[in-house]
Design a protein around this ligand. Structure first.
Ligand SMILES: Nc1nc2c(c(=O)[nH]1)N[C@H]1C(S)=C(S)[C@@H](COP(=O)(O)O)O[C@H]1N2
Ligand SMILES: [Mo]
Length: 190
């Protein structure tokens, strides 16, 4: 049973789990770090491609947060280490029209975010979970973590971001999931 304090942290319709379910579309990709690249493109002054070494040289950041999956499980107090979305985006100059981000992952997975949600103080690209290197099944070597929105926004095996001047549905949003996905407002499907 959740303590009263924990209960305030559980959005409507969610149940706490101590497990860490693995959920994704397609198969877990094999990633060779020597060939790994992260591409920042779309509405930026100059597109940029980062190698794994360049990524790891950016400031490191740790975030502890609760995560909520649209299928009904929540996991409290997860700790992630990586680079903040703000520091990563700081490696390019945005065009003034940029308002949204399409996050790109392996197997053609995509998910859309407003720039505000993408740049929320708890949003980061993570390479470690609870002090251990991120396992491939959970999105290693690098995944996005946007804990204030349903977990489908947290793309695994990220390969890049595309800056846009409008909102556009990603993989699940195209198949009926909400464009924003705020668990406190139960923005599950449209
Ligand atoms: N690349 C990719 N990222 C993805 C998905 C996916 O299918 N492909 N599924 C999303 C969904 S629906 C959820 S709930 C979480 C699950 O993350 P986990 O397997 O680490 O629990 O990953 C998200 N990120
Ligand atoms: Mo999900």
């Amino acid at each position: 049973m959740a303590t009263p304090q924990a209960r305030d942290r559980i959005p409507p319709g969610q149940t706490v789990t101590r497990l860490f379910p693995v959920l994704h579309y397609g198969t877990v990709p094999r990633v060779d770090l020597a060939r790994w690249r992260f591409r920042i493109h779309g509405l930026v002054e100059q597109p940029r491609v980062l190698t794994w070494e360049e990524l790891r040289r950016l400031p490191h950041r740790t975030v502890t947060a609760d995560i909520h999956c649209v299928t009904g499980w929540s996991k409290l107090g997860t700790t992630w280490e990586g680079v903040s979305t703000r520091d990563l985006l700081g490696t390019v100059r945005l065009r003034p029209e940029a308002t949204h981000v399409m996050v790109e992952g392996a197997n053609d997975y995509t998910t859309n975010l407003s720039l505000d949600d993408f740049l929320a103080p708890t949003s980061l690209f993570a390479w470690a979970f609870d002090g251990e290197p991120l396992l491939p099944e959970h999105g290693g070597p690098l995944r996005l973590v946007v804990p204030h929105l349903y977990f489908w926004k947290s793309a695994k095996w990220v390969t890049g971001i595309r800056l846009m001047d409008h909102d556009e549905p990603g993989f699940w949003e195209d198949r009926g999931y909400h464009m924003r996905g705020d668990p406190w407002r139960e923005e599950r499907y449209w």
